[in-house]
Design a binder for this molecule. Structure first.
Ligand code: ADP
Ligand code: ASP
Ligand code: MG
Length: 406
């Protein structure tokens, strides 16, 4: 008997009718002889609405309370799915993240899973239950509720699949798999039959919302095969696995974009050892991820330093950086939140010259100015004006001929 983990996203459980649809799909997987663990997201826009509500009563809601209120969204959908399964005559039990043994650190709103204690889930499976787990949440050692970051239910699912040694983790969503670009933006985007963890991690980290990046990271670490497919059809979907060797001829595999970016420029700091450490160490301690970092050539031992952070981290980042800049005799900090990242990703690009130059030419031909450039071995990212980013994705998708089967 195989053990499988299925995850259904917010749009798949957006209303009662869709929850009944999910219940039928889960019941079918159980009838086929599997042990089934299901992870659910909150219904539709519930998480956004809960955040709005919290801000209506407090302009600066504390992280701890915010995590508690956000966790309720997934609890509602998990209980509704258990009830829908019962009405189909299936034995099912819903569990919160804490009950399912998802133990995290205490970084509210971006907690990381430390371990999964599978005792309760295993005992419910042994009783013949379908186990429905509320996604996106965990609990600290002190029994405080945490959440894993937006889109984090994917990570709950893969963490459970890894801990239970499940045969597969199936991520069901509102598109039929992973595409060469967001299919809602690029109608000609092509569905990939399979993709390696490494490429998927870059796509997820640079804007392909379809998978939470930490879920991909865990999948790779524990070698969990992940299927991304639609909850509304039986189309075969995309497999994320170790070796995706079939489709490497076209070396760029995907184009992604991300508008959650703010640029900070620290102007006029002295160019001597220790300045970068003085600025970036406290940011790291505050758990703020810094992405692109560029330091200009210095003139008369004075230099400028530019870096990017997520928009929702900007206020916190500035409150940390401004006093440091003052204390080292820097002139000022300038910010810009009208930017976006556009990236091309593909393992075949490493050791193949010319991809970056081609990308820059395409953007130039569209009259798009590149503000910053960052690369990994398998990714090239340009930071451009937010209002041109969709145009950039379209032009790059066409120029790299990603709609063509390879
Ligand atoms: P869920 O609620 O099921 O977790 P999400 O909204 O988080 O779903 O992710 C699915 C969405 O990801 C799709 O509706 C699609 O618009 C977007 N997306 C962005 N890039 C891609 C891509 N490369 N392939 C597939 N979907 C993508
Ligand atoms: N409900 C959470 C969110 O909207 C988590 C998730 O959907 O995965 O981000
Ligand atoms: Mg998601």
């Amino acid at each position: 008997m195989a053990l499988i983990v299925q995850k259904y996203g917010g749009s798949s459980v957006a209303d009662a009718k869709r929850i009944r649809n999910v219940a039928r799909r889960v019941a079918k997987a159980k009838d086929e002889g599997n042990q089934v663990v299901v992870v659910v997201s909150a219904m539709g826009d519930t998480t956004d609405n809960l955040i709005k509500l919290a801000y209506q009563v407090n302009e600066q809601p504390g992280d701890r309370e915010l995590d508690v209120i956000l966790s309720t969204g997934e609890i509602v959908s998990s209980t509704l799915l258990a009830l829908a399964l019962e009405s189909l005559g299936c034995k099912a039990v819903s569990l919160t993240g804490a009950q399912a043994g998802i133990q995290t650190d205490s970084s509210y709103s971006r907690a990381r899973i430390l371990r999964v204690d599978t005792k309760r889930v295993v005992s419910e499976l042994e009783k013949g239950n379908i186990v429905i787990v509320a996604g996106f949440q965990g609990v600290t050692q002190e029994m405080d509720i945490t959440t894993l970051g937006r889109g984090g239910s994917d990570t709950t699912a893969v963490a459970l699949a890894a801990s239970l040694s499940a045969e597969i983790c199936q991520i069901y969503t509102d598109v039929e798999g992973v595409y060469t670009a967001d299919p809602h933006l690029i109608p000609g985007a092509r569905k990939l039959k399979e993709i390696g963890y490494e490429e998927m991690l870059e796509l997820a980290s640079y804007g392909a919302r379809v998978m939470h990046n930490r879920a991909v990271e865990l999948g790779e670490l524990y070698n969990v095969p992940i299927l991304v497919a639609s909850s509304f059809s039986d189309s075969p979907g995309t497999i994320i696995c170790k070796e995706a060797s079939m489709e490497v001829k076209n070396k760029a595999r995907g184009i992604v974009y991300d508008t959650n970016v703010s640029k900070v420029t620290v102007v006029g700091v002295p160019d001597h050892p220790g300045i970068a450490a003085a600025i970036f160490e406290p940011l790291a301690r505050a758990n703020i991820s810094v992405d692109t970092i560029v330091q200009n050539a210095s003139i008369n031992n004075i230099t400028d330093l530019t870096f990017t952070v997520a928009r929702n981290d900007l206020i916190k980042a500035m409150s940390i950086v401004e006093p440091v800049v003052k204390s080292v005799g820097g002139k000022q900090c300038v910010t810009d939140s009208t930017l976006a990242k556009v990236s091309i990703v593909g393992t075949g690009m490493q050791n193949t010259p010319g991809y970056a130059a081609r990308m820059f030419r395409v953007l130039y031909e569209q009259g798009i100015n590149i503000q910053l450039i960052t690369t990994s071995e398998i990714r090239i990212t340009c930071i451009i004006s937010e209002d041109r980013v969709k145009n950039a994705v379209q032009a790059l998708h066409q120029a790299f001929e990603l709609e063509k089967e390879t």
